[in-house]
Design a binder for this molecule. Structure first.
Ligand code: NIG
Ligand code: FE
Length: 436
C-alpha cells in the first residue's frame, strides 16, 4: 500500500533520462510533462506516476493524500555546487566594487582570503548555526540536494574542522560533501606554492573519510594544470571523485584537466578552450554553469593580482552557452552560493537567470537543474527526476505551469516540498517537524 498520493497535479515535470543525463539541443528541449496527473509514493520512493483519476481510484486506500490543487509538481532541485560553510559577509566590498570605488593594491584583507580569516576565527557553533539556517532557505526555495565544499580553512586544522562540521550537519536536505583544500593559495604560503600543494596532497588521506569529492581550482586565481593534476590523481588513488573549478577568471586548462582525470564535473567554464570543449563533448563529465556569478560580478572579474578586480565583459556567455549545448556537453546549472561571487541561496533564481543571461529555454533549464545536476553529483540514478524507484523529492509550486517558474522572478514560488516522501516545507516555510 502506498503511503502518500499527490493528486490533482496540473503539470507534472518529469525530467527522466534512461542514461541519467540529457545532452544536446534535442534531448534538452524534449521536456516530458504529464497533464492532470498524480504521483504515488511508498517508503520515501516514487512507486507510480500517471493519470489523476486512474491513480486516485487505484490508490483509494492510501494513508495520506495531498492535493496539488491544480498546480505544478516537479522534481526537487539539485544544487550541485556551493560553498555553504563560511563565516561573514563581504557585502561591504561589493559596494566598493559596483561603484568603482575599489582601492587597488596591497590590502589583502578582502576577497576569499578575508572569508578564510573569518572562518578560521569563527566557532563551530556559529558556523553550524549559519549553515543550517542557510540550508533552511535553500530548501524553502526548492533545493532538496546540495553539494557543499570546504575551502575557507586552507590549513590542516581548519580544513579538517570544516570537513567534520560538514559531516555532522543534520538537515532534511541531502548533502554531497567535497574537500576544496586547493581553493586558493593561503597567505602563509604566498612564497611557497609547492609547500601548499604538497600540504593539500597530504591532507587528502584524512579528507577522504569525510568527503566524497575532491575539488581543485584550476584557474589563474587558483592553481596550475600540473598542480591540480597531482592533487586530483592522489585523490583518485584514495578513491575520491574529482570536481574542478575550471577556467572561471581566465584560461586555466580546467576543462582539459577534468576530461583527463574523468572528473564528475567541471564548473564555471567562462574561459573554456576549444580543446576543452572538444574533450568534454565526448565525455560524461558535466559542465556546470553558474549564471548567478555572471549576474553578480557584472562586468568584472577577480584577478590574481592581490585581490584586485579587472573589467571583463561577459556578454559572450550567451553565445558560449549555446555553443556548449550544440557541441553536446552535458550541462547543469548551480547557484554557487558563496560570500563573494554569488551570495544567493536560490536555485530558483538561478533558473530564472539562466533564461535571461544565457537565453536558455525553459526545457533546457529544467533539465539542467534536475537530472543533469544530479549527474554532476553522480546521483542521477537516485534523484533528479519523477519516476518509479527514485527518491520522492518533489516540489508543489504555487503556479500551474512549468514556464511560470522561470518567467516570474523576485518572489519564492515554492509552496510545498516533499523530501523522501515527507512534507518538509508548507506554504513556502520550512516546518519545525516533517509531517506525514
Ligand atoms: O566559485 N575560485 C572561486 N571560488 C568561488 C568564489 C569564492 C569566494 O569569492 O568566496 C567561486 O566563484
Ligand atoms: Fe565555487
Amino acid at each position: 500500500m502506498s503511503d502518500l498520493l499527490i493528486h490533482d497535479i496540473n503539470e507534472l515535470v518529469i525530467c527522466r533520462s534512461a542514461q541519467g543525463y540529457r545532452r544536446g539541443a534535442e534531448q534538452l528541449n524534449d521536456l516530458e510533462v504529464l497533464h492532470d496527473a498524480a504521483v504515488a509514493i511508498e517508503r520515501g520512493r516514487i512507486v507510480e506516476i500517471g493519470e489523476n483519476s486512474l491513480l486516485q481510484s487505484k490508490y483509494r486506500q492510501v494513508r495520506h493524500k495531498v492535493s496539488a490543487g491544480g498546480r505544478l509538481v516537479s522534481p526537487g532541485l539539485v544544487d550541485c555546487h556551493s560553498h555553504l560553510v563560511h563565516a561573514g559577509s563581504r557585502h561591504d566590498e561589493y559596494d566598493h566594487i559596483v561603484t568603482g570605488r575599489r582601492e587597488p593594491g596591497k590590502n589583502l584583507d578582502r576577497g576569499i582570503l578575508r572569508s578564510v580569516r573569518r572562518t578560521r576565527e569563527a566557532t563551530n557553533e556559529a558556523l553550524e548555526a549559519q549553515a543550517l539556517k542557510d540550508l533552511d532557505t535553500m530548501l524553502e526555495h526548492g533545493s532538496t540536494t546540495v553539494e557543499i565544499k570546504t575551502g575557507y580553512g586552507l590549513d590542516r586544522a581548519n580544513e579538517l574542522r570544516l570537513l567534520k562540521l560538514q559531516t555532522s550537519l543534520e538537515h532534511e536536505v541531502d548533502l554531497a560533501r567535497t574537500f576544496l583544500g586547493a581553493h586558493i593559495l593561503p597567505d602563509e604560503y604566498r612564497h611557497d606554492r609547492e609547500g601548499y600543494v604538497q600540504l593539500v596532497i597530504d591532507m587528502l588521506e584524512g579528507a577522504r573519510e569525510y568527503a566524497e569529492f575532491c575539488d581543485v581550482c584550476c584557474d589563474p586565481v587558483g592553481f596550475t594544470y600540473q598542480e591540480c593534476l597531482r592533487i586530483a590523481e592522489r585523490a583518485m588513488d584514495l578513491g575520491m571523485n574529482v570536481k574542478v573549478h575550471g577556467d572561471q577568471t581566465g584560461p586555466g586548462r580546467g576543462a582539459e584537466l577534468a576530461a583527463r582525470v574523468g572528473a564528475t564535473s567541471v564548473d564555471h567554464l567562462d574561459y573554456i578552450s576549444d580543446e576543452g570543449v572538444a574533450e568534454l563533448s565526448v565525455s560524461e563529465c558535466v559542465g556546470v554553469l553558474l549564471p548567478a556569478v555572471t549576474l553578480h560580478l557584472l562586468e568584472m572579474t577577480p584577478s590574481c593580482l592581490e585581490g584586485d578586480w579587472v573589467d571583463a565583459k561577459k556578454s559572450f556567455m550567451t553565445a558560449l552557452y549555446r555553443r556548449l549545448v550544440n557541441e553536446n556537453l552535458i550541462l547543469a546549472i548551480s547557484a554557487d552560493y558563496n560570500p563573494g561571487s554569488s551570495p544567493t541561496l536560490s536555485m530558483q533564481m538561478t533558473m530564472q537567470l539562466a533564461a535571461r543571461l544565457f537565453r536558455a529555454s525553459y526545457a533546457e533549464i529544467w533539465h539542467m537543474s534536475t537530472i543533469n545536476a544530479a549527474k554532476a553529483l553522480g546521483r542521477s540514478d537516485q534523484i533528479g527526476s519523477v519516476e518509479p524507484g527514485k527518491r520522492a523529492d518533489l516540489i508543489i509550486w504555487d503556479v500551474p505551469e512549468h514556464g511560470m517558474v522561470i518567467n516570474r522572478f523576485g518572489s519564492n514560488l515554492v509552496d510545498t516540498v516533499v523530501k523522501g516522501g515527507r512534507i518538509v516545507v508548507r506554504d513556502g516555510r520550512k516546518l519545525r517537524e516533517a509531517s506525514l
